[in-house]
Write a protein that binds this ligand. Structure first.
Ligand SMILES: Nc1ncnc2c1ncn2[C@@H]1O[C@H](COP(=O)(O)OP(=O)(O)O)[C@@H](O)[C@H]1O
Ligand SMILES: [Mg+2]
Length: 356
């Protein structure tokens, strides 16, 4: 695959060099079917400065250990949490480390069907030669089972319940029936290395609606927002600068501007009176920081400013309700005015740029 010009290549391509080095130096025991040892997989995710492995997920290391252990058992792994807490990123990184590929992915939604999960048919061939392994078109679940790899199921709770339940026998009996085929081909047995990582947002239709039978087949792990201000700021800075570089912006962001942005996000996420109904997640902060940098560079040829934050916030913060816009306006008028320094003053000064 040529990876030039791709907007976002998968983790195994973005970090191909790190993965190769980890695998070459990997002396640990690997669980059956795994591409890396557990120890190397963990280092790929949380980083290891002395070996030039970048930190990709910020947070509790013991969560990574529990997640990896779950995947080596016969239960699936369910990552739950607020939107924008890096559940999808984590599942991608884990799949890249454990299986060498993160692209056996099913995106859950109201219209997800069993065909998109298990397999479908090449209809031209089905008509001309009937059902056969040649006319079968494997979907991620069948491929993951046959190849012994991790399958990612994103936002599983957005799928209809009966569709979710098609994971029951792959998870418990490790077999997928293909009743259209005959003989040995009618049963696909999972190879070592196969398992499922699902993610679910607590803001969507909840995991409590999921069938008890399916819940029993997963270990649940909650991914929490980043607790510490300095850690969140450092992550937003690193991610936003990487995005800006890829967007052709030649200067890094102003740290003081990012500091204002991240504290405003934290206020709007947690404060009782200012809390918005829209989720002001770290992922949203990264995306606003990216937009702020783009405005500065492509509109004026300089770094993004605190005033740019106001322009970029409106589209992020006022999605769910018009109350949010009013709250945001009040925040910029009152709270921002009381905070120290020229960047807060600029943020306050730009409050009239909010629409409406
Ligand atoms: N703890 C974290 N570690 C690393 N990146 C994080 C973290 N929390 C949020 N992010 C940022 O959010 C982005 C990922 O969000 P995503 O995986 O789509 O979240 P979710 O699936 O939980 O909605 C990352 O690319 C990163 O920029
Ligand atoms: Mg996600």
């Amino acid at each position: 695959m040529t990876t030039e010009n791709l907007q976002r290549p998968p983790a195994e391509v973005r970090f191909a060099d790190e993965l190769t080095r980890l695998r070459e130096a990997d002396t640990g025991d690997r669980p059956p079917g795994w591409w890396l040892s557990m120890e190397a997989a963990r280092r790929f995710i949380v980083g290891d400065e002395s070996h030039g492995i970048s930190r990709k997920f910020v947070g509790d290391v013991s969560l990574i250990d529990r997640a990896l252990i779950s995947l080596a058992t016969s239960r699936g792994l369910m990552l739950v949490g607020e939107p924008g807490t890096a559940k999808s990123l984590l599942s991608e990184l884990i799949a890249a480390a454990v299986s060498g590929v993160s692209t056996l992915t099913i995106q859950g939604g109201a219209a997800t069907t069993e065909d998109q999960i298990k397999y479908s048919w090449n209809y031209a061939m089905l008509v001309s030669e009937g059902p056969s392994t040649r006319s079968l078109v494997p979907a991620p679940l069948l491929r993951g089972m046959a190849e012994g790899r991790l399958v990612r199921f994103e936002e599983i709770t957005r799928c209809p319940l009966e569709v979710q339940d098609c994971l029951l026998s792959p998870l418990s009996d490790r077999v997928l029936a293909v009743p259209e085929l005959e003989g040995a081909d009618a049963m696909v047995f999972a190879r070592e290395g196969f398992n499922i990582i699902a993610t679910a947002n607590t803001r969507d239709r909840g995991v409590n609606e999921m069938s008890a039978a399916l819940k029993r087949r997963f270990n649940f792990e909650t991914v929490f927002p980043i607790a510490d201000f300095a850690t969140e700021l450092a992550l937003v800075e690193q991610e936003a600068n990487a995005l800006l570089q890829r967007s052709g912006v030649k200067i890094a962001q102003d740290r003081d501007v990012l500091e204002v942005l991240v504290s405003a996000f934290r206020d709007l996420r947690t404060d009782k009176s200012d809390r918005l109904t829209t989720v002001m997640s770290t992922a949203e902060a990264v995306s606003v920081a990216h937009a702020v940098g783009l405005r500065g560079w492509y509109l004026r040829g300089e770094r993004g400013s605190a005033a740019d934050i106001v322009d970029c916030l409106a589209g992020t913060a006022a999605k769910d309700s018009t109350d949010d816009l009013a709250k945001l306006r009040r925040y910029l008028e009152q709270r921002a005015a009381k905070k120290p320094g020229p960047h807060w003053a600029e943020l306050h000064g730009a409050r009239h740029r909010l629409p409406g």
